[in-house]
Write a protein that binds this ligand. Structure first.
Ligand code: NAD
Length: 257
């Protein structure tokens, strides 16, 4: 099945993993819909530059995915959705007794409920087109837990569960649903944490990365957004047609521990 001319919607794709996945898709000839909650000149320039670099159609559609109706309307405004990548996500770290209720609600809404709404809107389009791929960017925290990340771990375990349900509901159709579970990925967000970690622990860059940030990642290497893009593309390939309802870890051995 050629991917050229198919349309991929990647939520939360003006930075980090979403942008990396979108870039891999555009390079493979897919038309891409980029999204975030902002609506800046930079957002639209990203789309224009990607379209120019790869000769595909790229649109930026603003939608705040903390709102379920906005999530559904993102898919409706895109008008087509052969590949849906639910990637948008936020994080907050605090012990449960101090965890702000508003942060809990926002994390569940953006990291979990938005994927329910986009998937509900996209499945009829995939059925109409006779082919589809749902790819949820979960996390190693969809399979294991860490302290102080109650909402994030709950949302990521939730999206792994929802992935299985979508797979079962589409099992007899040429549609698959899977979750990618990254460990620590080098994104601008993670790069930004390095100086603070160095300062907090009085460590040089290399030690802070190895002993603090990558403490649970046995490979002692960050995954890259290109590797995530390659994994998402693999899930779109014919070779992956019978892979559905499962998780693929890209975590340098984290979940093998
Ligand atoms: P990031 O902050 O660079 O990207 C998050 C994206 O979500 C951004 O484009 C942001 O604008 C968007 N977003 C946030 N709130 C939104 C909202 N209300 N509506 C629409 N878009 C919104 O972070 P990232 O590291 O690229 O994370 C992407 C996904 O990968 C997240 O789901 C995250 O949980 C997951 N993940 C990241 C890592 C990592 O190490 N970076 C590891 C495992 C899983």
């Amino acid at each position: 099945m050629s991917l050229e001319g198919k349309t991929a919607i990647v939520t939360g794709s003006n930075s980090g993993i979403g942008l990396g996945v979108a870039q891999s898709f555009a390079a493979a000839g897919l038309d891409v819909v980029l999204n975030s909650y902002t609506d800046t000149d930079e957002d639209h320039a990203l789309a224009a530059d990607m379209a120019k670099a790869h000769g595909v159609n790229v649109r930026y559609i603003q939608a705040d995915l903390s709102d379920g109706d906005a999530a559904r309307s993102l898919v409706e405004r895109a008008g087509a959705c052969d590949v849906l990548v639910n990637n948008a996500g936020i994080q907050h770290v605090a012990p449960i007794q101090d965890f702000p209720a508003a942060k809990w609600d926002a994390i569940i809404a953006i990291n979990l409920s938005s994927a329910f709404h986009t998937t509900a809107a996209a499945l009829p389009m995939m059925r109409e087109a006779g082919w589809g791929r749902v790819i949820n960017i979960a996390s190693a925290h969809g399979l294991t837990a860490s302290p102080y990340k109650s909402a994030y771990v709950a949302a990521k375990h939730g999206i792994v569960g929802m992935t299985k349900v979508v797979a079962l509901e589409t099992a007899e159709e040429p549609i698959t649903a899977n979750a990618i579970c990254p460990g620590y990925v080098m994104t601008p967000l993670v790069e930004g944490q390095i100086p603070d970690t160095m300062k907090e622990y009085g460590m040089d860059r290399e030690t802070a990365i190895r002993d603090v940030l990558l403490a649970r990642q046995p490979s002692k290497e960050f995954a890259t957004v290109e590797q995530l893009g390659g994994t998402a593309l693999f899930l779109c390939s014919d070779a992956a047609a019978q892979i559905t309802g499962t998780t693929i870890s890209v975590d340098g051995g984290w979940t093998a521990l």
